[in-house]
Design a protein around this ligand. Structure first.
Ligand code: URA
Length: 435
């Protein structure tokens, strides 16, 4: 057996783009966790990985070392279990639909979600806009709810993959987030430690996403699928567009309201379609629907009201007001609304997801610094999306805000995010690729 490389040698070989053996990566990560080497060496290695890349065995070793840094849940005894992960988007309330919808068709969902990051929203912030909703269950309640209700969504457990929290913070400070192997190992270490056996990855592509081009999104998706295999995880992926926000609501309570419309059988077509696709893929990967029949099973559970009933049970079990799904006036609402109007006649040809996300963040729906509290009530409602015809002066969006001055700036940001052409425009293709 080849002896593992000393840390400095590993750094040099990675920097030169030479092969590195997996054991050296394992030892390097362990040495960093034990304090034998410090953050400068780890940051240097991440930078070398970003520039040169690493191969699959090295990525597997990194992922396994991160998983080994903490506890690992084993959910097999609860029956078919599933989880979904989105690489982050704007208006992406999919988890609020997919979690109860999956549970309604027999895939148990034990989900650990995150908060908003940058211009993108986070499931926890959205859930906390539901009056009474608790996202800090202890392990015994978490397991009980999974067993009895079939769906539970909480904040990240500090004991699962603590190495990722440290490594992500270091990458964030050293411009080393953007590498498919590092992103894939970060996401998959958490998903594998979370215990679900079927995993569907919704990898976003476009202006509002981590990946701005299809090739790098696909590369990361394929690495994630391969990382799950040795752990017995059935991983599927969908590459979906994030050129414009998903659905018609951007903001925490607003997105709960958007998800509620889908759960009641209507809602924005893109939010609904992608939720059904993801749930269908999850049902097939978890083995509760034969291949090719997952979509129909998911669609039926929405139509029949089974998903809505499951959503009510889920929220009630976590202390929240279950009536929010049928009466969205129970959600927090902002005191002021301002209308954004189309500057000219034509067709919407641009509704930049990142810029809309930034406008919502400016209003307080997201954070400008990590310690900031989000405002559950504020955000943006979209009345037109790419491809829609608009008339000069017609309403294209509504800004929900606390103060007129803040809202007026968001109106301007929305006008900057919007483009109108005088010739018809095709809406972006939502699902770019599915495996
Ligand atoms: N999300 C994660 O959890 N990790 C990354 O590295 C990037 C996105």
């Amino acid at each position: 057996m080849v002896a593992a490389l000393a840390p400095l040698e590993l750094l040099e070989r990675t920097r030169r783009g030479e092969p590195i053996d997996p054991q050296s990566v394992t030892d390097f990560v362990q040495a960093w966790l034990d304090g034998v080497i410090g953050d400068p060496q780890m940051a240097a290695w991440c930078m070398a990985v970003c520039i040169r890349g690493i191969d699959m065995p090295a990525t597997q070793a990194l992922t396994s070392a991160m998983i080994a840094s903490g506890d690992r849940l084993e959910l097999g005894k609860f029956g078919p279990t599933g989880d979904k992960h989105s690489t982050g988007g704007v208006g992406d309330a999919i988890s609020l639909v997919v979690a109860p919808l999956s549970a309604a068709i027999g895939v148990k969902v034990a989900k650990m979600s995150g908060r908003g990051l940058g211009h993108t929203g986070g499931t926890l912030d959205k859930l906390e806009s539901i009056p009474g909703m608790r996202i800090d269950l202890d392990m015994a309640d978490f397991v009980r709810q999974l067993r009895d209700v079939g769906v539970v969504v909480v904040g990240a457990n500090e004991r699962l993959v603590p190495a990722d929290k440290r490594l992500y913070a270091l990458r964030d400070q050293t411009a080393t987030v953007q590498n498919p192997s590092l992103i894939a190992s970060s996401i998959m270490s958490k998903k594998i430690a979370g215990g679900a056996h079927a995993i569907v990855l919704d990898v976003k592509v476009g202006s509002g996403a981590f990946f701005e081009d299809v090739d790098s999104a696909r590369e990361a998706a394929k690495i994630m699928v391969a990382l799950g295999a040795p752990w017995g995880r059935k991983v599927r992926y969908i590459l979906s567009s994030m050129e414009e926000p998903l659905g018609t609501m951007v903001g925490n309570a607003l997105e709960v309201a958007g998800a509620a419309e889908v759960l009641r059988g209507g809602g924005a077509p893109d939010l609904r379609d992608l939720s059904i696709r993801i749930t269908g893929a999850l049902a097939e990967a978890a083995g509760v629907a034969p291949v090719g029949e997952g979509l129909a099973a998911a669609g039926e559970a929405l139509e029949s009201g089974a998903a809505l009933r499951k959503a009510e049970q889920w929220v009630e079990a976590q202390g929240g007001d279950p009536a929010v799904w049928t009466d969205v006036s129970r959600l927090p609402a902002a005191p002021i609304t301002l209308t954004v109007r189309a500057p000219t006649d034509g067709y919407v040809n641009r509704l930049d997801a990142r810029e809309v996300g930034e406008a919502a963040r400016w209003l307080g729906a997201g954070r400008l610094h990590p310690a900031q509290a989000v405002d559950p009530a504020v955000g943006i409602e979209l009345l037109a999306k790419i491809g829609d015809p608009v008339g000069a002066g017609s309403p294209v969006a509504v800004v929900h805000c606390r103060e007129t001055e803040t809202g007026e700036r968001a109106v301007q940001m929305m006008l900057d995010a919007l483009g109108v052409s005088d010739t018809p425009v095709e809406p972006p293709v939502l699902v770019i690729e599915e495996s």
